[in-house]
Design a protein around this ligand. Structure first.
Ligand code: GLU
Length: 505
């Protein structure tokens, strides 16, 4: 058999913000497509109009743009297999529903919600299947003419898939191997509803995967229970030879304890579960996003890539190119992956450190401006350069560590622990001597200061560093004193030292 062209798809339903688990699914599809020189399709599965949320589709597209996940075809990307929005494919599905009806693989059912409800009351654990369909109002139990008449009179109906009982169905999963499920546990799933003339997820999903020549279905574990039905559908259509291979990805679990990661975990522990900030159009609720929280997209991608897969070595930091090379769908874990959001912050820090200060400057500049500080960009860059190694995970963490670069201490006080510990008997006179030395300098660069100050330190044995820090910062934080003084310049440095002497004596 010749190798099939790799075509995979990410097929979200536009029911709200894209969950971070969905982002991981899309990423794995992307890596798989790229490493096989294949194509990645973006399909919108919007056949359930009751769950449609305006803005969701645009949100999803913007999220992937930010994350750097590119689709080869699909909604907003174009391509030869369109339309890629299921709500625009009604006529296509109708034809295939008819095919299943014609060859006896599906049937029409007229049961109303009330009738189904009363059956549920009557029979414990009722499900519509081989054992019960004979008791219901459908084209299998009603005379042909009656079925015709009901349709012609405009009664609403659904089309159900006729699942033959007692057969072991094999789902060949690239991660889980041979998954066997007995058909008797399946119900006769609704494939189509006359009320809105739309297919349900199952039918549309299979028809589209077939028509779009999808070779591999890579999706979340929550879809594994649907897979046996999907296998049966491929067979019912006679498409088994081109049935895609399946891979059901491990669940994302709560950071603490067991269970599926939910938005509530994010709210409770303080991390986003959405790529971008989301404004719910119905409730008005605003949910935080990775982008707005100060994450770099590369860090989010790298973090997500390792939730459920690893390259089999200790390597954690990987570019997209490396991931494309190393990724192996068959090596994904079967069991759930703990959503270690603290690790996510660590990734962000690592990526911040790898970035050029110039690239980070605009973001920090925004924060400075929000705090009323406007300085040239090279000053912003210089501060990032001095401070980025400190314990920061986000650019926004820099501000509380860096305010003194731009704002002189307004007060000096022995209430401050660092000041109390380090401003001693001789500090005022030491600082006066230091100020005199610095005042003489023409060259106020790090080296210029160093030469002069070190000479004085050598002769007198003085230790000016901590009181000097008190004077310039007001407390125990900040970079090397020469670097800080050079940044502040001679005038500002001397002003701060003299003010400290004045107040602290
Ligand atoms: N529309 C489904 C979803 O929202 C797609 C599932 C699949 O990939 O088959 O995830």
């Amino acid at each position: 058999m010749t190798e099939r062209k790799v075509r995979v798809r990410f097929a979200p339903s536009p029911t709200g913000a894209l969950h971070i688990g969905g982002v991981r699914t899309a990423l794995y599809n992307y890596l798989f497509a790229r490493q096989h020189g294949g194509e990645l399709i973006f399909r919108i599965e919007d056949t359930d109009s009751t769950r449609f949320v305006p803005g969701a589709e645009e949100y999803i597209i913007e999220s992937f743009k930010w994350l750097g996940i590119h689709f080869d075809e699909g909604v907003s990307f174009g391509g030869n297999y369109g339309p890629y929005r299921q709500s625009e494919r009604r006529d296509i599905y109708k034809k295939y529903v008819q095919q299943l009806l014609d060859n006896g693989k599906a049937y029409i059912a007229f049961d109303t919600q009330e009738e189904l409800e009363s059956k549920r009351q009557e029979i414990k654990n009722f499900q519509y299947d081989a054992a019960t369909r004979g008791m219901m109002r459908n084209s299998l139990t009603l005379p042909k003419e009656e079925t015709r008449r009901l349709i012609d009179e405009g009664h609403q109906y659904v089309v159900r898939f006729k699942v033959e009982p007692n057969e072991d169905i094999h789902v060949n999963d690239m991660i889980r191997g041979d998954v066997v499920i007995n058909s008797s546990i399946l119900d006769d799933k609704v494939l189509y509803k006359s009320a809105d003339e739309l297919p349900t997820y199952h039918l549309a999903n299979i028809v589209d995967d077939h028509l779009m020549e999808v070779s591999h279905v890579i999706r979340g574990e929550e879809w594994l229970p649907s897979a046996p039905l999907h296998v049966l559908l491929y067979r019912a259509f006679g498409w088994e030879t081109t049935m895609p291979a399946f891979a059901h990805l491990p669940l994302l679990l709560k950071p603490d304890g067991k269970g599926k990661l939910s938005k509530r975990d994010g709210d409770r522990l303080g991390f986003p579960v959405f790529p971008l900030e989301w404004h719910d159009p119905k409730t008005g609720e605003v949910s935080s996003g990775y982008r707005e929280s100060g994450y770099l997209p590369e860090a989010v991608i790298n973090f997500l890539a390792l939730l459920g897969w690893n390259p089999g070595t200790d390597q954690e930091i990987m570019t997209m190119e490396e991931m494309v090379k190393l990724f192996d769908i068959t090596k994904c874990s079967k069991s759930g992956a703990k959503f270690d959001y603290v690790k996510g912050m660590w990734f962000n820090r690592e990526y911040l450190l790898m970035k050029d200060n110039k690239e980070l400057a605009p973001d920090f500049d925004k924060i400075l401006r929000a705090n009323g500080i406007e300085v040239p960009m090279d000053r912003v860059e210089a501060v990032i350069g001095m401070m980025k190694m400190k314990k920061i995970n986000f650019i926004k963490d820099l501000w509380p560590l860096c305010d003194f670069f731009f704002i002189a201490p307004t007060s000096y006080s022995m209430e401050d622990k660092f000041t109390k510990k380090n401003w001693g008997e001789t500090s005022a006179s030491d600082m006066t001597e230091l100020a005199d030395i610095l005042e003489e300098l023409d060259d106020f660069s790090v080296e210029g200061q160093q030469t002069a100050v070190e000479k004085w330190v050598e002769v007198t044995g003085k230790k000016p560093w901590n009181p000097w820090r008190v004077a310039l910062v007001g407390t125990g934080k900040g970079p090397d004193m020469y670097e800080l003084s050079a940044f502040l310049g001679k005038e500002e440095t001397l002003r701060r030292i003299r003010k400290a002497i004045d107040i602290l004596k």
